[in-house]
Design a protein around this ligand. Structure first.
Ligand SMILES: Nc1ncnc2c1ncn2[C@@H]1O[C@H](COP(=O)(O)OP(=O)(O)OP(=O)(O)O)[C@@H](O)[C@H]1O
Ligand code: SF4
Length: 256
């Protein structure tokens, strides 16, 4: 890992589709909005969605003497992204690799990217707990890893899967920065009333039970899909989603 990275945060989820990549990108954009320089390393080899979410599809990764150069979202280089999505032909191309090839590639992603003075590097990991996670954990031991954020949704099955993530983090010695409950209630686009579609407070109860921080809830907001390339806190500052993310970003910057 490049010595220019000050903080590393892993974003994990027990199952796919709960919004892990959305949280990773919004977190990075939120940190950038507060003046930090960030990077996102998308190691979700089978479903790299960060280039799509940041509208960076079809960009190419270049190499310099120091390693792979991330794709930057703007000229000021405040947010750099490295994802296998830049190396496959299309978003729908699947990576069919055996374990050793995946492990070698992840090691390369962790060691060969030239990050330029990054305050926060967000690592978007695959869903579940897999060999890829073990490879990441083993290869950031010497790096300044703050810990993992676990993303879940309110449904019982997603909450059950988060228990496995918690136990995985504890076994591998990764500190848990906290739990985020995404898609927690639906915000009506007309009157902004938030309706809980599933059970509520599951993420918070889980955090209390395991004595880890609860970072907050994020509601379902239909506008997020079309606006994810921008920080919701800047596009709709009054929206419930923006309010949620602003306080989550603050808790990540000031964990105590
Ligand atoms: N709070 C939200 N409100 C509305 N849509 C959301 C929200 N969070 C995520 N989504 C949408 O849900 C879909 C899945 O989100 P995302 O890709 O972030 O999940 P993921 O957990 O990273 O999935 P995978 O691990 O399978 O890649 C996306 O279309 C995203 O725009
Ligand atoms: S939440 Fe309010 S605006 Fe939205 S559908 Fe219900 S009553 Fe109508």
């Amino acid at each position: 890992m490049s010595s220019n990275v000050k903080h590393i945060i892993l974003v994990m989820s027990g199952k796919g589709g709960v919004g892990k990549s959305t949280v990773s990108t919004q977190l990075a954009l939120g940190l950038v909005a507060k003046g930090y320089r960030c990077g996102i390393l998308d190691v979700d080899l089978c479903g790299p969605s960060v280039p799509f979410l940041l509208k960076l599809e079809n960009q190419e990764v270049h190499q310099c003497e120091a390693g792979w150069v991330p794709v930057y979202t703007d000229e000021s280089k405040s947010l750099g992204v490295l994802s296998i999505g830049f190396l496959t032909k299309s978003r729908n191309d699947s990576v069919v690799w055996r374990g050793p090839k995946k492990t070698a590639f992840i090691k390369q992603l962790l060691s060969d990217v030239f990050w330029e003075d990054v305050d926060y590097l967000i690592i978007d990991t695959p869903p579940g707990t897999s060999d890829e996670h073990i490879t990441v954990m083993e290869n950031i031991k010497e790096a300044p890893c703050d810990g993992a954020i676990l993303v879940t949704t309110p449904q019982q099955i997603a909450l059950d899967d988060v228990r496995k993530e918690l136990s995985f983090c504890r076994k591998t010695g990764i500190p848990i920065l906290g739990i985020i409950e995404n898609m927690s209630g639906y915000v009506c686009p007309n009157c902004s009333e938030c309706t809980n579609l599933f059970s509520s407070n599951g993420g918070k109860s889980l955090a209390e039970h395991f004595q880890v921080p609860f970072l907050g809830t994020v509601p379902i907001d239909p506008r997020v899909s079309s606006e994810t390339s921008k920080y919701v806190g800047l596009t709709n500052p009054e929206s419930p989603m923006a309010i949620s993310f602003n306080s989550i970003v603050d808790r990540v910057i000031n964990p105590n």
